[in-house]
Design a protein around this ligand. Structure first.
Ligand SMILES: CC(C)(COP(=O)(O)OP(=O)(O)OC[C@H]1O[C@@H](n2cnc3c(N)ncnc32)[C@H](O)[C@@H]1OP(=O)(O)O)[C@@H](O)C(=O)NCCC(=O)NCCS
Length: 232
């Protein structure tokens, strides 16, 4: 299967709406949100697309923010300007804030999510941002409470499997990408599996202010899905 990775354009909107619905149901980004994100900051919208059938397999979007008051109550709708980013994206912001990552259910566990995160890394290094924040889900929480043990969300996010990796599959994925947990946020985004909790996570840019950032970003651009699948 031939896959291309590129910035989304307004022509991709219908396919993106379809993907968002598949992944998030009624909470998926609609035409208004997606078009506003692309109009406001096109580089912050990256897609993985099948070249033959034109299906979009994955979509990641992000914005720049200047600072983040970690003591304040963070809500997805507020920090992303209701998913439209028109008023929340800060052109010269020092940090990246992740808005959305969606991989089509039929194409998961193939490294595509990690590959799209890598594109954010590339942007971070090239544009010398200090780091990446995002609000992760903790989708195993509801099930854990029902079938295992009553624990607080703060306790849950620290639970590890016997192999010393995090129990929650989504937090485990982000941990493997170098993110660290900042704090648990209640009512971050409507998400029944996570009981509406989110987890603010942060990945520092280890190459911040290094010389030759363009070259480093270019090197990261050489990493393809095959390489990722060899390592995860
Ligand atoms: C989370 C998500 C983007 C991962 O994409 P992906 O292409 O399957 O990820 P990769 O193949 O690069 O990595 C695979 C890892 O992701 C994990 N994963 C994390 N969240 C997952 C989820 N909700 N469903 C399935 N797998 C998930 C897998 O368990 C696997 O890790 P493991 O081998 O240690 O178990 C994808 O599952 C998805 O779109 N989920 C629904 C929307 C979502 O939660 N988006 C993230 C918003 S913060």
């Amino acid at each position: 299967m031939k896959i291309e990775v590129r910035e989304a354009s307004l022509k991709d909107i219908n396919s993106l709406i379809k993907l968002e619905k598949e992944v998030w149901g009624k909470e998926g980004a609609d035409k208004e949100k997606i078009s506003s994100r692309i109009r406001t900051f096109k580089k912050g919208n990256i897609i993985l697309k099948e070249q033959v059938n034109n299906n979009i397999l994955g979509y990641i979007s992000f914005q720049y923010v200047n600072s983040l008051d970690q003591n304040k109550k963070i809500r997805w709708f507020q920090i992303t300007d209701r998913g439209r980013i028109e008023k929340s994206h800060c052109r010269n912001g020092k940090f990246i804030y992740g808005i959305n990552l969606s991989i089509h259910p039929e194409f998961r566990n193939r490294g595509y999510g990690t590959f799209l995160m890598l594109q954010v890394w590339k942007n971070m290094i090239k544009n010398n941002k200090k780091g990446v924040y995002l609000g992760s889900r903790m989708p195993g929480y509801k099930d854990y409470l029902e079938n295992k043990k009553k624990v607080t969300p703060e306790e849950y996010v620290k639970i590890k499997r016997p192999d010393n990796k995090l129990y929650d599959k989504e937090l485990r994925l982000y941990r493997s990408e170098g993110f660290k947990i900042v704090k648990v946020i209640d009512n971050y985004f409507p998400d029944p599996e996570s009981l509406n909790y989110g987890v603010l996570i942060y990945r520092k840019n280890p190459f911040w202010n290094w010389p030759m950032r363009e070259a480093l970003a270019w090197l990261i651009g050489l990493i393809n899905i095959k390489i990722i699948r060899t390592f995860i």
